[in-house]
Design a protein around this ligand. Structure first.
Ligand code: HEM
Length: 144
């Protein structure tokens, strides 16, 4: 083996070795990450519920609701929707809103209240809009 061949082999193994040792390229942050992970989402939901309850446009809907349980379910749902490691364990959107008479204006009011909760938590509007965009397609199941 010539010195050149030997050098080529050494170089090739070094390159391969470095390649294998390099960490995999960091994944793009998901919406879940941008919302602050589970603690971030739980904090947003915890702040969202009292805003809902104080909103005269929609608070009568929640008069008999177990808000603690709703908070748990919303946190699961937002986490899952945002690409986080959660599984929503509640009822589907048709079943949970059936016969309530939720109208478009109510839906928009709730979305506005969620935006306020995110603003209060310093969630950038670009991130907040991404979560709202995930919720928007549920409108047809909730407003009937
Ligand atoms: C994107 C919008 C919405 C989402 C993601 C959402 C999500 C949820 C979830 C996850 C639950 C719990 C389901 C379960 O109990 O298994 C729920 C229940 C409920 N939602 Fe919504 N909801 C939305 C819009 C609305 C609107 C606009 C209203 C009325 C203004 C409303 C009123 C209620 C009420 C009153 C309950 C509790 C029902 C009960 O006490 O059994 N929701 N919602």
């Amino acid at each position: 083996m010539t010195i050149f061949e030997r050098a080529t082999i050494v170089l090739a193994s070094l390159t391969l070795g470095f390649g294998l040792c390099l960490p995999a390229q960091a994944a793009e942050p998901t919406l879940f990450d941008d919302l602050g992970g589970k603690p971030g989402i739980e904090k947003i939901v915890a702040d969202f519920l009292p805003i809902l309850q104080a909103d005269p446009r929609i608070n009568t809907f929640f008069a008999k609701t177990d808000m603690k349980q709703l908070g748990v379910l919303l946190s699961e749902q937002f986490c899952q929707l945002a690409g986080g490691p959660c599984t929503y364990s509640g009822r589907d959107m048709v079943a949970s809103h059936d016969g309530m008479g939720v109208k478009s204006a109510h839906f928009n009011a709730l979305a506005e209240d969620l935006q306020i909760a995110m603003e209060n938590n310093k969630v950038p509007s670009s991130v907040a809009n991404r979560l709202v965009a995930k919720l928007a397609p549920m409108k047809h199941a909730i407003v009937r």
